[in-house]
Write a protein of this length. Structure first.
Length: 80
């Protein structure tokens, strides 16, 4: 229940460059997913990356393992 509301009491929207960078990186990753190409998705992960997959219990620590995970994952047609 809102009893009293004044627009002057609304919080100010503040831009956060770090959040913007994270959002931009997520958009790039999601675009790679949309290609349906496991190699393109795996290429988004740098050297030493560790993937804790959502639809597998196996931790992936090499480019080959990460690519292998996305072969199956991309069949689910993920988005966003």
């Amino acid at each position: 229940l809102i009893i009293d509301h004044h627009s002057s009491g609304m919080p100010e929207v503040v831009s956060d460059p770090q959040l913007e960078e994270v959002a931009a990186q997520f958009d790039l990753w999601n675009a790679a997913l949309q290609t349906g190409d496991p190699k393109k998705v795996a290429a988004m992960y740098g050297p030493g990356a560790v993937l804790l997959p959502t639809v597998s219990n196996k931790v992936r620590t090499t480019t080959e393992e990460i690519e292998d995970y996305f072969v199956g994952f991309l069949k689910l047609k993920p988005f966003g």
